[in-house]
Design a protein around this ligand. Sequence first.
Ligand code: SF4
Length: 337
Amino acid sequence: MMPQNTGKIFLKSLFDFEENKKIFTSFLSDDINTIKEAVEFISKYLRDPKEKRSWHRINAKLLPIVLIFLKGISEPVLSNRIMIHFRRVAEEEGQRMNMEDLESALNSLGLEAELDANDDLISVSLKDYVSIAGKISGSTYHLIYQDLRSGRVFLDKDHALKVLREHFYSRMRLYYEKIPLEEVISLTKSYSVDMEKIKDIYTKTLGKIDFGFGAVDSDKFPPCIREYIRQVSDGVNIPHLARLTLVSFLRAVGMPNEKIMEIFRTAPDFNESITEYQVNHITGKTSGTKYSPPKCETLQSNHLCYKGDDALCAQEWMKHPLTYYRTKKRESLKKRS
Ligand code: SF4
């Protein structure tokens, strides 16, 4: 049974940094175990990311604290993965709710949900539905197939859960993006050693994919590739050219197709056979043509360059994402020797 208030605490507690800062500070003096538990939560994920099911029933007050630590650790891929984990937890928690609790959970996320007890349906405003439905994959969720009455969309439980999941995830991401890093650094000062340890384990494990003849270092990927991975993990349906660039880049740096599939597997509503077909096609396994990643110029003209203020991308000679990767690899080899 879903803990009576957990759903609300779980959802509500996440999105107010000022409030969470107070909670964090009070934990430092009165409930240090919760802080330790948050650090342990991240470490446990790193040690055993596949064993998510066994530790998904987590303490609700832990979540904002975990997000604060993740911000401080500043490893975007790790943060994404854990947030996707929370997204799944939100859906699982929702599954255990009755319709009344589900209505209340949706409301606690800021959606003006209303329960229609006669039909056992929950309605949300058309505006809210349209903004959320685009993130749910599957044509069943298109507006045209919905039960629309007087400006409201009526949802059965399964559908309401998807709305809960996506809205929760968007709010969590927004909250995470807005957490001020400087404040987190000062707030978590006494945990800097633990955070460094986590960072270190991350770079040696999830941050690096070893495929037997060298290593693919994701921390050496150019910003565009990192951004595509981030978006895929966020469940964004990335444009065709970005997908082609991502897959062909990963193949070019030596990643086998199964590992490339793993990246797409983190995406919500991942479709194994479609992804397998696309990956095998781009990498030449089924098409006979190995596609190469496009040049920076092409990506830039298609608004798919995310160089920001990256110093290497700013070099006049930086013309290709693979040049970026090779340069970074060379630099790190030089440092080691
Ligand atoms: S400059 Fe090139 S390598 Fe750098 S982010 Fe843009 S497209 Fe990618």
